[in-house]
Design a protein around this ligand. Sequence first.
Ligand code: SF4
Length: 410
Amino acid sequence: MSLPILDNPQTGPSRPAHLRPGGLPGGEVEALYVHVPFCFHKCHYCDFYSITRQNEQRMARFVDLMLAEAGQWVTAEREGGPALRPRTVFFGGGTPSLLPAALMKRLLEGLKERIDLSAVDEWTVEVNPATATEAYCALLRESGVDRLSFGAQSFRKSELATLERHHDPDDVPRSINLARSAGIKRINVDLIYGVPGQDLAAWDESLSAAMALGTEHLSCYGLTYEPNTPIAVKKRLGLLRPVEEDVELEMLRHTRKKLTAAGIAPYEISNYAKPGEACRHNLMYWTGGNYIGLGPSAASHVRGWRWRNRPHLGEWEDAVGEGLLPAVDVEQLSPERRAGELAMLMLRLDRGISLSDFAARTGRDARAVFADPLNRLTRLGLLEADDEGIRLTDGGLAVADAVASEFLVA
Ligand code: SF4
């Protein structure tokens, strides 16, 4: 199928097609993601795009090109395309805090000069606990960042070693104190459960250590063995023993129970927050919102159109340097596909598929569109439904991915 927003629908090796952002549907885009692809070491479970070899010169060029890519969306709006009016901004990676302070400042200020950020009510930056300083946190705060996310993963040195995470458990409370001193009020801590060698007691130890920090938000992810990551290779070679599925499920249930009792309620399969502290940016993803991603590998979605940026720094640099949007895998979702994918995302939420939110996004009644899987999975005790929406039961939570995939009816 040729796509009308590509400048050369007849793609070929000699001249690849390029996405014309001005040809995308107009209207406001409510979120901005910025991918900073630098890490000082590759963690063994990670399949996000990042590189470990960089220098300040390369980072400076990256910031210049990032601002050039942001500028393409200013042009797009002038041409009748989407208008970037983010209410949430998220700097992820990679390790955004690896950008030296002066470059981070240039990036933050440059974005503010190009994009109308007056409606932003949440600006998150992922920070490595090993490298946080009070001056860096203060710089972020003064520039408008109001939420930091620290990748703690575990409070046991042996588990951090298994994951090949290069920080010390003590770095986490230290960096959170620095962030608080700098005036950052909203803080998330990421944890991973199901680390090889971990039992329920060991997981509880890390969970308790994280809770003791008093942060507003916790993300607790089950370890996944993404294809071709070093940890997946080690598993294949029998060099480590994954945690049994039933133990991992017990960890998930324990986490939900313990955090709920502490007033940090689950609002998504892997995410927990004190009242009013859910991550608004991630909620936007799970409710089918529109977002533009800048930087290599960043994904975007605008009213049923989606694409991702080239997942390679050099290729991304070349495209942006030529004034082109560095997009690949451009597709327009059919209404059926969009509805199915939205249902899958919404099912991750504790409130499930909100019938009113689903109708607002798609113009459809979720109970009618998904009558077949809904009836089948309700009979099996995996789903429950009422006038508000459709949710996973406790039994459904254990097989959430399989249940969600049943909603992809087209
Ligand atoms: S720091 Fe984050 S992005 Fe970088 S390698 Fe580790 S998990 Fe991946």
